[in-house]
Design a protein around this ligand. Structure first.
Ligand code: NDP
Length: 291
């Protein structure tokens, strides 16, 4: 039987509409949620991501400010901008699009952003708070995955979950969020000895590898929920140029109980959770100001 498709586009429409209502209510109280985006250099993929984020903000009634710098900019200028945005009470979220050119220390840039405005959830303090189960901004991609599991009523408490990938932006925070939600989590990576032995006993598999169609049908337990975070652009053959995930979708959907597609799965939810974090930051700012 074919798996239930976890439609990230449909869920995004629903969540973004709720966020637009929340943004309108905050604006009526004099606090329009505002996201500042910093883009350095001319990487075309980064430019597309930023354009999509700005467009999504506008549609939800969230103000967006965009600051662009050339590839060879002196990092001091970007740090000055971040400091000014940190000090500006009308700005609730600050996002620096990664990757940055080589003259930048990425970690230092992320740490320069105020914890209260770190809507990407990459600041070490937010990462620490997340791992301690405290209130924090959760990184948008794993946060979006949790929202998808919740909306699809996939049981997480007590489930065996396998996360493939241990990056700071996806794999690790994904494992922490699943652990905090009561799953028993195994994190797999390139050094894992027998990956399929782990994935085959998992009720939930999250693939964040960056390799096209990496997770095959014989690596999945019948009925499992499979979440595909991967975004890969195929280079060769008849499918050159096509986007595909880390999961062999056509085959795995015949084994899994639920599966997210690429495109139209986790991708739109990532932007949606960025909007959610920005609105939440504005809500906190309004509450602090007694509005
Ligand atoms: P990274 O390259 O940082 O991490 C990839 C992870 O996969 C690493 O931990 C690596 O292991 C592991 N890995 C690589 N090869 C294997 C293998 N053969 N077996 C097991 N594990 C392996 O990627 P990201 O986490 O940044 O992104 C992962 C994917 O998700 C990419 O396709 C990216 O484009 C996509 N993505 C999608 C987003 C969305 O919005 N949908 C947002 C962010 C990313 P090791 O650590 O040992 O090297």
């Amino acid at each position: 039987m074919s798996a239930r498709i976890l439609d990230g586009n449909a869920l995004s429409v629903q969540v973004r509409s709720q966020l637009a209502d929340a943004a309108a209510a905050l604006s009526a109280r004099g606090v329009q949620p505002c996201l500042a985006v910093i883009l350095v250099g001319g990487d075309p993929a980064s430019a597309v991501y930023v354009r999509n984020k700005v467009a999504a903000c506008e549609k939800a009634g969230i103000k967006s400010l965009k600051f662009e710098y050339p590839q060879d900019v002196d990092p001091a200028r970007v740090f000055e901008r971040i400091a000014a945005l940190n000090a500006d009470s009308s700005v609730h979220g600050i996002l620096v699009q990664l990757p940055l050119p080589p003259q930048f220390d990425e970690k230092a840039v992320l740490e320069a952003i105020s914890v209260a405005k770190d809507v990407d959830g990459f600041h070490a303090e937010n990462v620490g708070r997340l791992s301690q189960g405290q209130e924090a901004f959760f990184p948008c991609t794993p946060h979006g995955v949790m929202k998808m599991l919740e909306a699809a009523e996939v049981p997480v408490k007590g489930a065996d979950a396998v996360v493939i990938g241990r990056s700071n932006i996806v794999g690790k925070p994904m494992a922490v969020l699943l652990t905090n939600a009561g799953a028993t989590v195994t994190v797999c990576h390139s050094q894992t000895r027998d990956l399929a032995a782990h994935t085959r006993r998992a009720d939930i598999v999250v693939a964040a590898v960056g390799r096209p169609r990496f997770l095959k049908a014989d690596m999945v337990k019948p009925g499992a929920a499979v979440i595909d975070v991967g975004i890969n652009r195929l280079r060769d053959g008849a499918e050159a140029g096509k986007l595909c995930g880390d999961v062999d979708f056509d085959a795995v959907k015949e084994v899994a109980g639920a599966i997210s597609p690429v495109p139209g799965g986790v991708g739109p939810m990532t932007i949606t959770m960025l909007l959610a974090n920005t609105v939440e930051s504005a809500r906190r700012a309004a509450a602090k100001a007694g509005l």
